[in-house]
Write a protein that binds this ligand. Structure first.
Ligand code: GTP
Ligand code: MG
Length: 375
């Protein structure tokens, strides 16, 4: 799972680490000279720069040393004297923008190749750049760690936006809770409904299923098999019937039998199919779901993110489930989808069996991307 992206992120850590090593072994004589001639032992200034490296209050000697670059409109953020002091006296290197430009460019390319959406990749890179520029690193200590911490925090920022606790929601939402699953064909809607049904049943909730895919031949039988296996009541009409009516009936049944939750299946539809998108809007209008969950497969990468965006424009979704993450080496959709839709990822599908459903937590994904976990 996410193996390719994981490798690429490790590549970024290595590339920052080798930059630090390269700087640590850079010729020190020239730096020593600057350090000796500089009047300012920039203790205050170094402290100021230790976070983000503002470097605007350099001494005149240092400004002179930096003048040619200033003309090129790429003023270094950290003075040479400070670099020398850090390198020679404190045995530390300071990372500046120039050091980071190559690793960050490679990282951005790696994120895009892994199907992370462009604005999300840009945000991650900018965040890491801000975080790392001007940071000091002790020579000889774990050089990859600095990049890892910055990566972790940038990914965390992107992933934890729009968070939503499904379990908390289920505890407090008025009964019966109406949850409708939508998405394009074959992405795993019906399987995810069965998984969520089992997840909720295991927590003691009473569940009703609604066979709202009246369009595809065999769809009703498919959800019926799950209902039988899970021993859950299914409300169904005939193939070709009105899905809104089926779901409405399921809600009525749940209400009159004091059931906690209705999980409604719907037919797969492409966002370009006007009739089926109209039908989806009608279903939502008639049944007023508490949650409208968009289901797509992680392996579809950017396509999944784009479809989520288009579905969300047609009828506001509450969040997404990304299926087939077990087969997804890239991980880009899992990183991007919440950011692009502005709606949270609720669950990840990680296999074909009922327990193969994971409640989405940013920490879980980060552990897969940066930690030791193999899957
Ligand atoms: N590996 C893997 N396969 C999955 C996962 N979720 C669903 N599948 C498989 O994907 C296929 C399609 O699943 P369905 O649940 O029928 O998909 P659907 O969206 O309901 O399909 P339509 O009703 O035709 O639109 C099935 O073979 C599922 O077993 C998952 O998380 N991992
Ligand atoms: Mg289905």
């Amino acid at each position: 799972m996410f193996n390719k992206l994981k490798e690429k992120l490790a590549g970024f850590k290595e590339s920052v680490a080798s930059k630090i090593k390269e700087k640590a072994s850079a010729p020190r004589d020239s730096l020593a000279k600057v350090s000796a001639t500089s009047n300012e032992v920039p203790a205050k200034s170094a402290a100021r720069n230790s976070n983000k490296g503002a470097g605007s209050g350099s001494s005149s000697a240092v400004q002179a040393a930096e003048a040619p670059k200033a003309k090129e409109n790429s003023r270094p953020r950290i003075s040479l004297a400070e670099k020398a002091k850090a390198l020679i006296i404190e045995r530390e290197v300071i990372l500046d923008e120039k050091d980071l430009s190559e690793p960050l460019w490679q990282l951005e390319m790696a994120l895009l190749e892994s199907d992370v959406a462009l604005p999300v990749a840009e945000e991650i890179v900018t965040s890491i750049k801000t975080d790392l520029t001007g940071r000091k690193k002790k020579i000889g200590s774990d050089t990859g760690e600095l990049a890892e911490v910055a990566l972790r925090s940038a990914l965390m920022k992107v992933l934890s936006r729009n968070s939503f606790d499904f379990d908390e929601f289920m505890k407090t939402a008025p009964r019966p809770v109406k949850i409708i699953f939508v998405g394009v064909n074959g992405t795993g809607k019906t399987t995810s409904i069965a998984k969520v049904a089992k997840y909720l049943k295991d927590q003691g909730y009473s569940v009703i299923l609604a066979a709202g895919d009246t369009f595809r031949a065999g769809a009703i039988e498919q959800i019926e098999v799950h209902a039988t296996k899970l021993d859950i009541k299914l409300i169904k009409h005939k193939t070709g019937g009105d899905p809104a009516a089926v779901i409405f009936d399921a809600v009525e049944y749940a209400r009159s039998h004091n059931k906690d939750v209705v999980l409604a299946d719907t037919a797969g539809r492409l966002h370009t199919n006007i009739n089926l998108m109209d039908q989806m809007r009608k279903i939502v209008r008639v049944t007023k779901p508490d949650l409208l969950i968009f289901v797509d497969e992680a392996i579809a990468g950017n396509d999944a993110v784009e479809r989520a965006r288009l579905f969300n424009e047609s009828v506001p979704i509450s969040g997404s489930i990304l299926t087939k993450t077990d087969a997804d080496a890239k991980g880009g959709s899992a990183i991007s989808i919440a950011h692009i839709t502005g709606k949270p990822v609720l669950f990840l599908g990680v296999g074909q069996d009922y327990p193969d459903l994971i409640k989405f937590r940013p920490e879980w994904l980060l552990e897969r991307l940066l930690g030791e976990s193999e899957n």
